[in-house]
Design a protein around this ligand. Sequence first.
Ligand code: PDD
Length: 285
Amino acid sequence: MSRIAYVNGRYLPARSATVHIEDRGYQFSDGVYEVCEVRGGAIVDQQRHMARLERSLAELRIRMPMSAGALAVVMRECVRRNRVREGIIYLQITRGVARRDHAFPPAGTAPSVVVTARTLDFAGNERTAAEGIAVVTVPDNRWERVDIKSISLLPNVLAKQAAREQGAKEAWFVDRDGHVTEGSSSNAWIVTKDGKVVTRPADRGILRGITRTVLLDVIKAQGLELEERAFTAEEAYGAREAFVTSASQIVMPVVRIDDRPVGNGAPGLVATTLRAEFHRHAELS
Ligand code: PDD
């Protein structure tokens, strides 16, 4: 079965789906994106993802290309046409096609929309979660507006590659003060020796992850104590547990940071429990 992509109003076989060479996403990374989990054929937390998408667009002054309702229909159709049961949807909106000029194109330039959906290796992800992943730390050299889910991801690409070359699955960015901000494509968490769950506040320096937001509810429901504050790499080395969150990984235990074992070097009880409980709190549509 060939994969189907939605591109500017049409559903096309992915191999023949194309965008214009003067698309501003291609030339300037002038666009935003969202990734939603698909579980049992349903879209997880779609409304929250749509709300964040609209915020990212508004911050960059790109207009919504269609109503949120119409976009929801397109997303559902991409899941259906690609027969995705367990996987992800990728949605990208750019400022559209115009002759190359850094300043905004003429008013009325239509934003470009691409939606794809694909199956993930569900069993493989579960095996990875049972083992836990390694992370490495890298300096956070990104711009200040990482709260916008922009497609400008060059520092994230380089960080993830650095992790891969060191045998790790994720890189944690560390700011100038020595505090961990977030992962290259995930939010970062630790559990302290006295059982407090710690993650950086989402006011600046990180993307407000949808998984993170839902997990705050799960943490409360589990009666766990939460501390929203910055933590250093040193503190993470000595933590009882660590984990990352994202739409594609949900809660993924971290068992090594910069080649030091976290806790006893195996996935911890808090991370494992939060992973198991997550979908009781997420919304399906
Ligand atoms: N990444 N921080 C960064 C830098 C991210 O790229 C992501 C998501 C997150 C977690 O956000 P959420 O829980 O809403 O997925 C945090 C997506 C999955 C990606 O780039 O593929």
